[in-house]
Design a protein around this ligand. Structure first.
Ligand code: NCD
Length: 304
């Protein structure tokens, strides 16, 4: 039995197989409409989510399976003090696979150790968000035709953004990638990440101004300032509108640069950018369903 805690749980070869399956699902959805019939997915979300939870639910439903679960900690027995270890033992009796989101780093990992069904980490605190990373990689591979040989700018809250941490982790395994970290001083990418890049001799640069680096980017990954992880409101208010991507800034970029965003967007991308063909964040959300379908099938052994 396999779980998904980090994007590194799959080799790059396994990821390619997963993405091939996701692309086939995209082209031939009817072929997969009964792939997980009779199977049940539990979505255990201890933290708010729209995209991730609903895209898991949509994925399982499109595979012919069914879904049970809860959408916030207050409506689960966690509010009575139940541990995730106990909760997952119970969920294992009710479902065949579980997607778990938790505000505490490592909680899905603890759950997986006591689980008799595959557990998918659907985001744990500021730590990892592997299925968003699978979504990001599938989007890049599908729209750019390759993973590797590009300069990627990651912009916004690089300190608390778990999607950023997960994506960097996953990308270091591909060749010829240069990272540009674009953030205010207070929201710089954590040292453990830059240390890892240094130890692997992977080129990276840290800048504050988005405009100065824009012409060099092949991919721009925008993120929201993670309000819920700030210790005080004042800091959040000061930093929340630090970056606003608009048409003027887009005019500095390459003709084939892609803009990604895990969403939800707050103010960091002006809506005028939505019309630009290089803005692919809504397409990215669609890829999120295909990749979660492929992942559920793979973890349930339905991919063969
Ligand atoms: C992200 C998350 O939850 O970390 N959202 C998502 O899953 N698409 C990004 C965010 O909340 O900013």
């Amino acid at each position: 039995m396999r779980h998904l805690m980090s994007p590194l749980d799959f080799t790059t070869k396994e990821l390619d197989e997963l993405f091939d399956l996701a692309n086939d699902i995209e082209k031939n959805p009817e072929k997969y409409a009964h792939a997980c019939e009779g199977k049940i997915l539990a979505t255990c979300f201890y933290e708010p989510s729209t995209r991730t939870r609903l895209s898991f639910e949509s994925a399982m439903t499109r595979l012919g399976g069914s879904v049970i679960g809860f959408a916030d900690a207050a409506s689960s027995s966690a509010s009575k003090g139940e541990s995730v270890s106990d909760t997952i033992r119970i969920i294992s009796c009710y479902a065949d696979i579980c997607a778990m989101r938790h505000p505490k780093e490592g909680a899905p990992m603890v759950a997986s150790e006591k689980s008799s069904i595959p557990v998918i980490n659907a985001g744990d605190g500021g730590h990892q968000h592997p299925t968003q990373t699978l979504t990001d990689l599938l989007t890049i591979r599908s729209l750019k035709g390759r993973l590797g040989s590009f300069t990627i700018g990651l912009c916004g809250d690089l300190k608390f953004g778990r999607t950023v941490h997960s994506l960097i982790h996953a990308l270091v395994r591909y060749d010829n990638i240069r990272f540009v970290f674009i953030s205010p001083e207070e929201l710089r990418v954590p040292d453990y990440i830059t240390d890892k890049l240094k130890s692997k001799n992977i080129p990276y640069q840290e800048v504050i101004r988005l405009e100065e680096i824009m012409p060099e980017l092949d991919l721009l990954y925008m993120t929201r300032v993670q309000k819920e992880r700030f210790f005080n409101e004042e800091d959040y208010v000061r930093l929340k509108d630090f970056y606003i991507l608009n048409a003027a800034k887009m005019s500095l970029a390459k003709k084939d640069m892609l803009v990604l965003h895990p969403l939800p967007r707050v103010n960091e991308i002006s809506i005028e950018v939505d019309e630009d063909p290089r803005a692919v964040y809504f397409q990215q959300a669609q890829y999120g369903v295909y990749v979660r379908m492929a992942l559920i099938m793979t973890l349930l052994g339905k991919d063969r």
